[in-house]
Write a protein that binds this ligand. Structure first.
Ligand code: FES
Ligand SMILES: [Fe+2]
Length: 451
């Protein structure tokens, strides 16, 4: 097995208030990130609602590993590595669909939905020592499901998914419980785009409360004109906060902003005065959750949170970040529909998603443009540092163990980098050493180069 011989001093690349831009541009650092962050800890893969029926599958990534998320015949969601156990061809090439089995196009080895090898052509030439049960598609060693959010880990042992998710679970609950049925639906699919730049630029940007009034100035001004008043979110006395939830998880917390109420008239009414479906929805929520919890969900339900390292839950969508190379990133944005709500609610969610987040919408392309400008800027290496010290001294504890700052502080970026540094230096361990690692997985701690 190839040894990783890179021995960067990761601790020195990230300080309290700045990051050396080598972390965005160096292929060897990218390779080590894949190994230490994506191929060890828990990584978001997909949502159970994407594969509602047996045989439904989606092609996904776990770090750089190609993965099939499939619902098997017994109804269980499986994560299988998309690699034929014969000579290694991908067994599935269509991005989504429904199949009864996976048949490799090269020599025809065929696998059941749970990954078991069902049969091989011309089997008589294989001797008695060829045991079919040893040649099923390789399973992702650990699969976890929290409220339909499916995560995978290539490490056979380590912190539980619940431990990994920590404080983010409260926000996942609020997001899912926007549905009176307690279920979101990602079946409509995703818009995907790629940008030339490093994956962490999108991760940082998703939690960046400093940029919207500038990067997105044109759409902010247009909406303010339409509404006839200014946003109260990005102001010096904004009640919104940045929040470091620990473990690299972070959020922009708008719960105290009246204008961000999930159920406010502007967001969830088609026309002023048209309240019927809004009331139908609110009634269903009160019946399901009771008065107090329904009010809390309707105020706080559209969270804005990063689940480290690759999932952002953002208002009405899931945003999944897939690093492809040091300077090539795929982003998939999934509008999340709510089950058990009047159609108008989902229609408004979809239209809102398209208007700001689509690949040809008014918001996301602004951000992508900034990532590519940063890539151009990073070519100037005489001064390699990027500065993230905005109100470092203003970080404060919030009683529940999380840290908060003003919504336009760079605390969320620092939260991400603190975790990155811990994982890359080995200070934080998300996995446990495995004595006999599965053949395809590098979980052996001895493969980590000494610094
Ligand atoms: S590579 Fe898949 S059957 Fe030969
Ligand atoms: Fe943005």
């Amino acid at each position: 097995m190839m040894k990783n011989s890179h021995d960067f001093d990761y601790g020195a690349l990230v300080t309290d208030d700045r990051v050396n831009a080598a972390v965005y541009t160096t292929p060897e650092i990218f390779a080590t990130e894949m190994e230490r962050i994506f191929h060890r800890g828990w990584v978001f893969i997909g949502h159970a609602s994407e594969v509602p029926n047996p045989g439904d599958y989606r092609l996904k990534h776990l770090g750089r590993q190609p993965v099939i998320m499939v619902r098997d015949q017994a109804g269980q969601v499986r994560l299988l590595l998309n690699r034929c156990r014969h000579r290694g061809a991908g067994v599935c090439t269509e991005e989504r669909g429904n199949l009864r089995s996976f048949r490799c196009a090269y020599h025809g080895w065929t696998y059941k939905l749970d990954g078991a090898l069902a049969g091989v052509p011309y089997p008589e030439a294989y001797g008695e020592d060829f045991r079919r049960e040893e040649y099923g598609l390789t399973k992702v060693p650990r699969v976890g499901d929290y409220r339909g959010f499916i995560f995978g880990s290539l490490s056979a042992a380590g912190v539980t998914l619940e431990e990994h998710l920590g404080r983010t679970r409260e926000q996942i609950d609020l997001f899912v419980e926007m549905s009176p049925a307690g279920e979101i639906d990602l079946a409509p699919g995703a818009q995907k785009y790629r940008f030339t730049g490093n994956w962490k630029l999108q991760v940082e940007n998703g939690m960046d409360g400093y940029h919207p009034p500038v990067t997105h100035e044109s759409i902010v001004m247009a909406v303010e004109r339409q509404r006839g008043r200014k946003f109260d979110t990005y102001t010096a006395d904004s009640p919104a906060v940045t929040r470091d939830l620990g473990g690299g998880h972070a959020m922009l917390d708008f719960r105290k902003c009246p204008a961000n109420r999930s159920l406010n008239r502007e967001t969830y009414s088609k026309t002023p005065g048209d309240e019927t479906f809004r009331e139908t929805y609110a009634d269903a929520m009160r019946r399901r959750y009771g008065e107090a919890r329904a009010a809390e969900i309707l105020q706080a339900g559209g969270t804005h949170m990063l689940i480290f390292p690759n999932l952002i839950i953002l208002g009405v969508q899931l945003r999944v970040i897939s690093p492809l190379a040091v300077d090539n990133t795929e982003v998939a944005v999934y509008p999340a529909l709510l089950r058990g709500v009047p159609d108008e609610i989902n229609e408004i969610r979809l239209r809102g998603h398209e208007a700001f987040f689509g690949s040809a919408a008014a918001g996301s392309p602004d951000d992508t443009e900034m990532f590519e400008r940063m890539g151009a800027g990073f070519a100037a290496t005489l001064e390699p540092w990027v500065y993230m010290g905005r109100n470092l001294s203003g970080e404060r504890e919030d009683g529940d163990g999380s840290m908060v700052g003003h919504v336009m502080d760079e605390m969320t970026q620092r939260a991400i980098w603190r975790q990155w540094k811990k994982l890359m230096t080995g200070e934080a361990v998300t996995h446990k050493p495995v004595r006999s690692p599965a053949r395809h997985v590098s979980t052996n701690p001895e493969s980590i180069p000494a610094k």
